[in-house]
Design a protein around this ligand. Sequence first.
Ligand code: NAD
Length: 433
Amino acid sequence: MLTAEIKGKKKITPAPQSAESTNPYESMLERFKVAAEKIGLDEETYNILKSPDRQYLVSLPVRMDDGKMKVFEGYRIIHSTGRGPSKGGIRYSMEVNLDEVKALAAWMTWKCAIADIPYGGAKGGITCDPSKMSVGELERLTRAYTVAMRDVIGVDKDIPAPDVSTGPREMAWIVDEYSKLKGEFTPGVVTGKPLDLGGSEGRVEATGRGVFVAAMEAMKKLKMNPKKSTAAIQGFGNVGSITAKYFEDAGIKVIAISDHTGAWLNPKGINIEKAIEYRNANKGTLQGFKDGKMISNEELLTLNADILAPCALENQIRRHNAANVKAKLIVEGANGPITAGADEVLQEKNIMVIPDILANGGGVTVSYFEWTQNRFGYYYPVEEIHKRADLSMTRAFNNVWKMAQKYKVSMRIAAYMFALEKVAKAVKARGCY
Ligand code: NAD
């Protein structure tokens, strides 16, 4: 058992290294504890940051199309407002539960610190299956959530954004409902809005573009030639498909893609433009896709590809399959796709992992640009957004890289250390009574 001595008097005891938890919050805490020990974080700040500041659980009664009423569970977890208003997406999925949202909220705190944007972290979610709901039902559910959270969210308080199964359409409903409640147009209450409603140029592609920029920085360090490299991408939603497109444009051959309906392998390279067109014309899924042989999602993760980009869900790479991963570089488009147990295996195998809190920070960076543009009422062209976001991503990557070199730790632990130091400084400066 690893026991960390934290400055102050008491000891912090992280989970045993051999245990493998698939609880995202425990996974977050395991890394948090290791990083806290490495930077010698004081016990008081440790205790403030280890649990969320505030947790909201609401019941949302919604009239369904068949006339019956159904009650959904909605969450909003504010992990920290130490560095500014809290920021984080809203997820619609049957898997949404308290510990998942708590982990995602904490990851947002660390992510905003690494990206050096003045926000704390939060996350929201509704336990529902959006694939089985009509547009009308989704709209009523989103508006009910907005009303329930009206005192939680706010331009200078807590600013939601899209996450799994939510997008510009849901953000538009939130702006509309919230603006009605406030009695004034309030676009800055969420980001990831449609362009016509105060959205920012470059937001839709921001996360995937950032994943690509981080991967390119890592490839420089690993002396990998993009034009001679191959990639496998899990998940073909916003993050996965856009990451794939940027990879393809840079000459990286994307040999496998997947979504919840299956995975497809084409050693000659999949035409990503056509795959996106296919998905868009096929209710958002790759089901029935023909450009490749069908394989399982499990097989995709252990393919002979140089780069692996998990861009779907948590806990995809665990101790049992980490041993079979053949990629040289893993870039986490998704939040929490690798368990803490698998981290150890990958590190032993000398596989570089660009952790989620660094790799997918491009999304929240452009969300921040969207929020500042809403406040100014002045909007930048896409070139300017891309330039600033790329610069921020490159800088963040190199900050974490330097930390990893200096302390001889993985990029994951370095990212947590970098974030913790930054958040701790703000929390300490604000003080406590
Ligand atoms: P999305 O809903 O647009 O896409 C999710 C994709 O994952 C879909 O293609 C879905 O079919 C696929 N998927 C679901 N279950 C799967 C499974 N078992 N195996 C393979 N594929 C599966 O969501 P998104 O916005 O692309 O988010 C994906 C991940 O990226 C999430 O972890 C999210 O938190 C993270 N993320 C998203 C953003 C953003 O800006 N959208 C920003 C940062 C992080």
